[in-house]
Write a protein that binds this ligand. Structure first.
Ligand SMILES: C[SH](C)CC(=O)O
Length: 267
């Protein structure tokens, strides 16, 4: 391709996240369907991706990463999504709360709270930003719960305080899920639950939920991003529905990058 193409400038690399993330599967499909044959998707983690983004932006260098909303990166940097004319990343999605099938009978009280948990990208953004600014995730969650007693009381409506009961929440270390899982854990702890948080890879989180080593997740990106996991484990899961609506995911570049569409990645 021509020497000064964007592809050449970034060594034809899309800076990705953890290999089990649904977005990575979708990004593989993007490289195929948009015929980006000389491109590779570099896997790592959310923190290696955001570190690469930070480094490039500090030097005003070109970069393209797998991004998503809600995420603090959009508050911290001036970024834009590349248009996805083939719609491979899907439309706005919802993050669902999913429990191991049978948990709803084992603990209807906790299930009620999990079912009633619902908040906005702004709510999540406040917790994410506080964590990004160095506050411990647990403390940021506790602070948000304290500051939003009205919202939380809607989640715990009709639920009782408990003693001697425990619950295990699985999650993946994505900023969005660190925020949501710690907030839900705090609310359950305030009701008397002993809550264990298990940080896992995406595949392990779904497998753990299916086999019951975890009771619940608030991290299911549906209908597109986690479609494969949901299909694979459907018979072992009870989907309690959305806890957040209006997500987005796709390829993200700093605004100083002069391309606007995934099609522009072709040399
Ligand atoms: C990275 S998004 C929060 C979720 C996913 O891609 O699996």
């Amino acid at each position: 391709g021509n020497a000064d193409s964007f592809g050449n400038k970034v060594d034809h690399k899309i800076i990705g996240i953890d290999p089990g993330a649904g977005e990575m599967k979708l990004t593989d499909k993007v490289t195929k369907d948009y015929k980006l044959s000389d491109w590779t998707v570099q896997s790592g983690s959310e923190s290696t991706m955001t570190a690469s983004l930070d480094k490039a932006i500090k030097k005003k260098e070109p970069i393209v990463v797998t991004g998503w909303t809600p995420h603090w990166m959009f508050q911290k940097y001036d970024l834009k999504y590349l248009k996805d004319p083939k719609g491979i990343y899907g439309k706005a999605e919802k993050i669902h709360t999913v429990v191991h099938k049978g948990f709803e009978k084992k603990d209807p009280n906790a299930t009620k709270v999990l079912d009633q948990f619902f908040w906005t990208a702004d709510d999540m953004g406040k917790v994410m930003l506080s964590i990004q600014n160095g506050t411990d995730a647990k403390k940021a969650a506790t602070q948000w719960v304290k500051d939003n007693a009205d919202k939380v009381s809607a989640w715990t409506k009709g639920a009782n305080k408990v003693s001697g009961k425990s619950i295990k929440l699985g999650y993946v270390a994505w900023a969005s899920e660190i925020a949501s899982t710690n907030v839900v854990a705090t609310v359950l702890e305030d009701l008397g639950y002993k809550v264990t948080l298990e940080q896992l890879g995406a595949g392990q989180m779904w497998a753990g939920l299916a086999k019951g080593s975890d009771d619940a997740i608030v991290a299911a990106w549906l209908p597109t991003t986690h479609a494969d996991y949901m299909k694979q484990f459907k018979s072992k899961l009870t989907d309690l529905g959305p806890n957040l609506e209006g997500t987005k995911l796709g390829l993200v570049v700093p605004s100083y990058v002069k391309i606007d569409s995934i099609n522009d990645l072709k040399d």
